[in-house]
Design a protein around this ligand. Structure first.
Ligand SMILES: [Zn+2]
Length: 152
């Protein structure tokens, strides 16, 4: 098993096809007497080299291990795009928005004012925590240009 190829040119139609599948995938030409023989030949081929462990006999070439992980925050910084940090603060903001929404229901005035105050405080607390505290901590360089009112 010195031939490292996973594909062959079909002797009948001349198109590339998987070498260890018994039938040509283009014209159905019988490349191997039986599927079992093709499979056994593939196993022998695979065992000859540990790099072939990931290959399937339906592949036309050896699968390559590709590192697809991307550091999006590093990439964004490179491109000058501002990403908000991953954070739990948006949940706080949503709770505040919930109370503000309840305050919009035409209850008697007093509960509405109470709800609006509670909601407003929670909402502002969330915004301050997320935008001013956490964001500035994660992106210290951003705050120098965008405004000094952050550093009270
Ligand atoms: Zn063929």
């Amino acid at each position: 098993m010195t031939n490292p190829d996973l594909a062959v040119d079909c002797p009948r139609c001349g198109l590339r096809t998987a070498r260890f599948v018994d039938l040509c995938r283009n014209c159905g030409y019988k490349l191997w007497p039986s599927s079992e023989m093709a499979s056994a030949a593939f196993k022998a081929w695979q065992d000859a080299d540990p790099e072939r462990a990931l290959a399937s006999r339906f592949d036309l070439e050896l699968p390559r291990r590709v590192d697809n992980t991307i550091d999006f925050s590093a990439r964004a910084r490179e491109l000058g795009i501002h990403l908000f940090p991953n954070s739990n603060w948006p949940f706080t903001i949503c709770v505040g928005a919930l109370f503000l929404g309840l305050a919009a229901i035409p209850f008697p005035a007093q509960p509405r004012i109470a709800l609006a105050i509670i909601g407003g405080l929670i909402f502002l607390y969330g915004v301050v925590g997320w935008v001013l505290l956490e964001d500035v901590r994660m992106f210290p360089s951003d705050s120098t240009g965008s405004g000094t009112e952050v550093h009270h």
